[in-house]
Design a protein around this ligand. Structure first.
Ligand code: SF4
Length: 340
C-alpha cells in the first residue's frame, strides 16, 4: 500500500484517473495534505464521502510516534520520532528572520564520520518521503509557525536516499503545498559524487551544501570514511567543470572546526583554494561532540581561522550551532532510546 504523503500532485492525478474520478480532485487532496496539513481523509470536507473512505482504506496514513522532545531557552527544539522500527530526529530552529527545520533522511547513517554521533548509532535504513515530510509538517503544526527554510542536515546522507530526499524537497517546494522556495531548501552531502552529478545534471535548483571538513586527502580521510570512496579532489574537478550549471550562491562548504586537527594556516589556504575554484561560500561549524578526544576550538581560535580564510580572499561564516545544550546541534543527533 502506498503512503499518502509520498504522492506528488501528478501521482494523485494518475491515481484518481485510474479509479474514474475527476482529475481536479487531485489538487484538492494534495492541498488538504500538503497545504492544510490534515492527514485524516474524514476531514476532507470538499471530497465526497465514498472517495474519502477509499482514500482511508487504500493508503497508509502517517503512524509516526513522538518519543521525546527537548527545548532550550531559545526555543530550539529537538524531536525524536519512531516509525515502525525506524527512529529519527528533527530540530526546530527559530531565528529572528526565519524558521528553519533541520530534518533527517535516514534512520542513523551508513557512514561513520569520526566526529558525528549519528554514525555511531545503529543504522535502520532510509526514510520514506512520508517520514521525511512528516518532520517538517509535525513541527509546523506543533508551533503554529510557518517553516520558511528546510535543511536536509539531520541524520543520514541525502544522496544515499536520493529519490526520496528529492521527492520530499519537490513536494515542499510545490506551490499547491507549502511552497517553500528552492533557495530555502538545502541538501547537505558528505560528498557522494554520483548523487552530486545527478543533482546537477537534473538542474535541481535547491541549495547544495558539501561537507568538506578537511581540504587535504590525508586529513579528510581521518575524519570522513567517504573520502576513500569519493575523493574530494574528484568532486571539486567535477564541480569546476560544471560551474555554469550551479545556481549562483547555490553552493556552500560546511567545515567542522576541530582544535589541533584542521585549523592550521595550511588548512585555511587549501580550503580557500577549493572554495575559489567552485565559487563556494564557507560555513564554519565549531565541533559539538567530543569523540576521539577531539576538542572544540576557543572563540579566539575560531576568529583566527576565519581571518586566515579572509586573508585568502574568501568569506566564511561562523555558524553558532544552535541546539548545543539539547544535543540538537550539528553532528549530535543520535536518537538515544532503547530499540525493542
Ligand atoms: S556527518 Fe552526516 S554523513 Fe557523516 S556520519 Fe554524520 S550523518 Fe552520516
Amino acid at each position: 500500500m502506498r503512503e499518502a504523503l509520498s504522492l506528488s500532485l501528478s501521482e494523485w492525478q494518475n491515481y484518481l484517473q485510474s479509479i474514474g474520478e475527476a482529475k481536479y480532485r487531485a489538487r484538492q487532496i494534495f492541498s488538504w495534505i500538503h497545504e492544510k496539513l490534515i492527514f485524516h481523509p474524514a476531514e476532507f470536507s470538499n471530497i465526497p464521502k465514498p472517495l474519502r473512505d477509499l482514500l482511508q482504506k487504500n493508503f497508509l496514513w502517517p503512524q509516526i510516534t513522538l518519543i521525546r522532545q527537548v527545548q532550550d531557552e531559545k526555543g530550539v527544539t529537538k524531536f525524536l520520532f519512531k516509525s515502525e522500527k525506524k527512529v529519527f530526529e528533527a530540530v526546530f530552529l527559530p531565528f529572528p528572520n526565519r524558521i528553519s527545520a533541520c530534518i533527517s533522511v535516514q534512520s542513523g547513517c551508513s557512514l561513520d564520520c569520526t566526529f558525528c554521533a549519528t554514525g555511531k548509532m545503529q543504522f535502520f535504513g532510509n526514510l520514506s518521503v512520508q517520514e521525511i515530510l512528516w518532520q517538517v509538517y509535525f513541527m509546523q503544526k506543533a508551533f503554529k509557525k510557518k517553516i520558511t527554510n528546510v535543511v536536509f542536515m539531520g541524520m543520514g546522507e541525502p544522496f544515499f536516499n536520493y529519490e526520496n530526499s528529492l521527492k520530499a524537497a519537490d513536494i515542499l517546494n510545490a506551490k499547491e503545498g507549502q511552497n517553500i522556495g528552492a533557495r530555502h531548501i538545502t541538501l547537505s552531502t558528505s560528498g557522494v559524487l554520483p548523487g552530486i552529478q545527478k543533482f546537477i545534471e537534473e538542474k535541481r535548483n535547491y541549495s547544495l551544501a558539501l561537507s568538506v571538513h578537511a581540504a587535504t586527502e590525508k586529513k579528510r580521510k581521518k575524519l570522513m570514511d567517504i573520502e576513500s570512496r569519493y575523493p574530494l579532489s574528484n568532486i571539486i574537478t567535477y564541480l569546476e567543470n560544471n560551474r555554469s550549471k550551479i545556481r549562483s550562491n547555490g553552493l556552500t562548504f560546511e567545515y567542522i572546526l576541530i582544535a589541533n586537527e584542521n585549523m592550521e594556516k595550511d588548512d585555511a589556504k587549501a580550503l580557500a583554494q577549493l572554495a575559489k575554484k567552485v565559487n563556494a561560500k564557507i560555513n564554519l561549524i565549531p565541533l559539538n561532540t567530543n569523540y576521539h578526544s577531539y576538542q572544540r576550538p576557543s572563540e579566539q581560535e575560531i576568529i583566527h581561522f576565519q581571518n586566515l580564510l579572509r586573508n585568502e580572499g574568501v568569506l566564511a561564516f561562523n555558524r553558532k550551532s544552535p541546539g548545543l545544550k539539547i544535543q540538537g546541534a550539528c553532528g549530535m543527533l543520535a536518537a538515544e532510546i532503547n530499540h525493542d
